[in-house]
Ligand binder design. Structure first.
Ligand SMILES: N[C@@H](CCC(=O)N[C@@H](CS)C(=O)NCC(=O)O)C(=O)O
Length: 114
């Protein structure tokens, strides 16, 4: 079991995250969510991501949602020599980033999440 669990569905915004994980050489567990079969709305997945969307990652148990926030998180997590820091990795940082991208696009489902 790897530190990162990646929740992915082909031909969605999750594809960009998959490319980045591969480019970074990150080890991760791939969890395919069949969005055509509406698996993203099943309780098992809503327990992971209450927004019921892909992509999402659990990084050492910390949930990061929103493609752009995941990009930022992964860029910092797998930062290489010479790369600038995005921010110091803190427990709250990826969560705050996720919400900062989610809030402007809030919808029925996200507005039910406390
Ligand atoms: N703002 C989110 C959007 C995520 C999103 O809408 N993902 C779509 C796939 S591209 C999804 O999970 N749709 C399933 C649904 O809305 O039920 C992001 O950029 O990650």
């Amino acid at each position: 079991m790897n530190d990162i669990a990646f929740f992915y569905s082909p031909q969605t915004r999750a594809s960009g995250v998959k490319v980045l994980l591969e480019e970074l050489g990150a080890s991760y567990d791939l969890n395919v969510v069949n969005t055509r079969a509406r698996e993203q709305l099943e309780p098992a997945y809503l327990a992971v991501n209450p927004l019921g969307k892909v992509p999402a990652i659990l990084d050492r148990g910390i949930l990061v949602t929103e493609q752009a926030a995941i990009f930022i998180h992964l860029a910092d997590r797998f930062r290489r020599r010479g790369w600038p820091r995005v921010w110091p990795i803190q427990t709250a940082a990826p969560i705050c980033a996720g919400w900062s991208f989610t809030a402007p696009a809030s919808n029925r489902r996200s507005s039910t999440v406390p």
